[in-house]
Design a protein around this ligand. Sequence first.
Ligand code: DGJ
Length: 704
Amino acid sequence: MPLIPVPAHAHTWAALTRDTSYVFGVETVIGAESGEDTRIVQWYWGPRLPTGALGQVVEHAPGWIVTGFLDPDDATEMLPVDGGRRWGVPSLQAVYEGEVRSVELGFDDAVLGENEVEVVLRDHAYGLRVGLHVRVFDDCDVIERWVSVTNESAVPLRLRRLDSGSWVIPEQAGFRYTGAAGGWGRETRLQSGELPAGETTFGSRTGTTSHKANPWIMLGDATEDAGDVWTVALAWSGSWRLTTQRRPEGDVAVSAGFGHEGLTWPLGPGASLSTPSALGLRTSGGYGAASRAWHDYARKHVLPRPGEERPVLYNSWEATGFDVTEAGQLDLARRAADLGVELFVVDDGWFGARTDDTRGLGDWWPNPERFPYGLRPLFQGVRDLGLLAGLWVEPEMVNPDSDLYRKNPDWVLHYPERRRDTMRNQLVLNYARDDVREWALGWLDQLVREYGLDYLKWDMNRSFSQAGWAEGGDLLWIEHTRGVYAIMDELRGRHPGLRIESCSGGGGRADFGMLRRTDQVWTSDNTDARDRQVIQRGFSYLYPAGAMSCWVTDSPNPITHREVPLRYRFHVAMAGTLGVGGDLTSWSAAELDEARQLIADYKAVRPVIQHGALHRLAGRPGESASAVQYTLGDQVVVLAYNPFALDKQPPRRLRLAGLDPSAVYEGPGGSWYGATLMRHGLTLPTWFHSGADYRSEMVVLRRV
Ligand code: DGJ
């Protein structure tokens, strides 16, 4: 579906998605007391309009009288600049020669493609070209926007903010917001509330997406199942900020972009910079429908291999820590294969002098004492068991106690006259540097080639500090992330069979930028099933279940010490891409039998869970009785949980969603019309009867 000029309105366009229209264009404002000012205004973002109605939403207000303290309508701009009569949140702040700051853009041109437009603006006095890009798809409702700037002058300038753009949330949206925030072990916990008047900024200064917040917001007065939702997300894996601005006059705008306050990006003569995409999506049908629309977009336009079924993996980290040996790993691999696991991932501790976290990071060759014959015998053994082979790497990091650092102390982020603060005894390698990227690509490529690796777990275990880069200054905050992207893209290009998991001390780097070049994300280091339910719920607001790595680990949980039955742990991990991460040498024969059966159960419904439409049916996961449903074709899978023995609070019957009311669905012990299942509900033992803590079940239904 296209991007079209709006009839009878010069320089005005409509982006037509499957169900929405997004109308925007150039407005020239003539102040009473001064000259012309050009603004690119968002006129409309809502349900699909008939073509004839597109022009009716354009309400030019030429000749605004700007008097006293009355602000012009700057919250409706798609790229408000720091300049002229504007006092809201700027999406673009530039400092020109002579410390001139007031940006004045004029409309120059529009380059219109079938699904994309670039609106070209220029600040003629200072030679700044700005391209405002809008792209739509014919199979979903997401609108992608980004900005590119070029310094066409002969003198350098500096950028203090360059967001991907500002989005106007129509007034009728209601002003509740929902977002995801947390910390290590507590990622993607939902927070919501009345959007405060004034400016509210969510973001990260860590150099990564971070555990503290995730780059998206939903706005609207909606429930899980009903109401209109406007949502904005940023496809970026470095520092970011997303600022909402609610003005007393009633407008809400959301400006999102890379970087954080205080960074200044130099733009030399002839240099260009473009932003990552900010994504806008508007849906009816509540937060559930918004999430399904994001998942749909992720599958159609983001994930590199969306149609694939993710294998059940085993990861050795919680079982062995740094104590990695060939015999120990092979013993675990044998036990994992016996359970039906399909991919074996050797975690940290296999390389250099890395027998704990104080040394060896950066020295990416097999530890000569632990693996005197290299990793070949280990991976041969893994393959002989019928398993795919995966390996943990942390390519952006170095321990000061390593050969790499002794040889290349300048490769890390640093300022010559400042301390180099370590975290987890490590420093950050500067991926903005060509030599660092070349080095990384060299050993990663060789590793994948030599061992025929099917899978890399790409970890990243600290935030930036003393982030100096003599050649490029603060551009480092952008170029590091782009450098990581480039290596991942190149590796995937060279090894089409390779799959990558994004990890950053758990879920510190989960976003649409990362998902474009990875297949799944390690959701959190916290594998406690109850905590995980809360984390996974927040993750599910934007990202699909197939991208959510979940492991079943030991009980009591190593982090929280909570004891949770194996079945409940499995059912929680089965809500995404299932993995096992416990110490299998300590599991009883009965536990191993139960695990084997549950893995088989998962494999039987895996396509439905990983690729189906998700409905968060009821309850507060991890805090009360709750359930999630996945539907794909004729198949329906429900995972239901009840963590508390005496929780017999209503509803005691579970109402399903998204079924065909007149079709009949067959399930355990009966068959029901879709209408019955959706309006009356299923009676589940897990919900209906009281019993022990932590009851859970999986119900599979099939349309007949
Ligand atoms: C942090 C990750 O989140 C863990 O799963 C594990 O890979 C460790 N790093 C290894 O150091």
